[in-house]
Design a protein around this ligand. Structure first.
Ligand SMILES: [Zn+2]
Length: 196
């Protein structure tokens, strides 16, 4: 049995297998100042959370195949018909209709540039990215929203043209499977597992 819980769906129901939480023994907290008197216990906790992607699943599935999907409102009755959203929005915020999923990989390769950026020298718990983390806000021609991402090579500059890269070798099916590099970066400089 796997150490971690696993989930699949059959007949429209979750089927779960394995351990979703682990009982780890408590450890006493004692006082070195007062003859090792008991003050409390630690409570280690480790659990697996079931996170459902719903209508966004195709976005993450596509990243694993080297494609960047966006969504677009195609509702004739919507005042803002034709608006393209990246990050992916399942529904149009104006008419609340269901958006059409579109492949914008080529558009991103041709027009992505840094709108603004921030460099983080420190991060919170469970961070998986190398520090300093170069967060960039990426803008695209014809897209009405801006996408947050991280630059894997080089230093960010406002207006710099960037190219998407995808973790297709060992995808995590999270947003970390998408990263960015300056336009013209050679394939050999990409992080492990990533390709154009
Ligand atoms: Zn709409």
């Amino acid at each position: 049995m796997s150490m971690f819980g696993q989930v699949y769906v059959k007949n429209n129901q979750y089927k779960i297998k394995g351990d979703f939480h682990h009982l780890t023994p408590n450890i006493p907290i004692r006082s070195a100042d007062e003859n090792w008197k008991l003050l409390g216990v630690t409570n280690p906790r480790d659990m697996t959370y079931i996170h459902t992607y719903g209508g966004e699943a195709i976005f993450f599935e596509s990243l694993s195949k080297g494609k960047l999907m966006a969504s677009r409102c195609d509702n004739d009755k919507c005042e803002f018909k034709g608006t393209v959203y990246q990050p992916f929005r399942i529904h149009c915020p104006d008419c609340l209709g269901k958006n059409t999923v579109i492949d914008m990989t080529d558009l991103a390769k041709k027009t992505a540039k840094v709108h603004t950026f921030m460099v983080c020298e420190r991060s919170g718990a469970f961070n998986l990215l190398d520090k300093p983390i170069k967060f960039i806000n990426v803008e695209f021609e014809g897209v009405s929203t801006i996408l947050m991402g991280y630059l894997s090579v080089g230093e960010p500059k406002i207006g710099m043209k960037v190219t998407p890269i995808f973790n297709t070798l060992d995808p995590t099916y999270t947003i970390l499977d998408l990263s960015w590099v300056p336009e013209g970066t050679p394939e050999k400089d990409l992080p492990r597992g990533f390709s154009f």
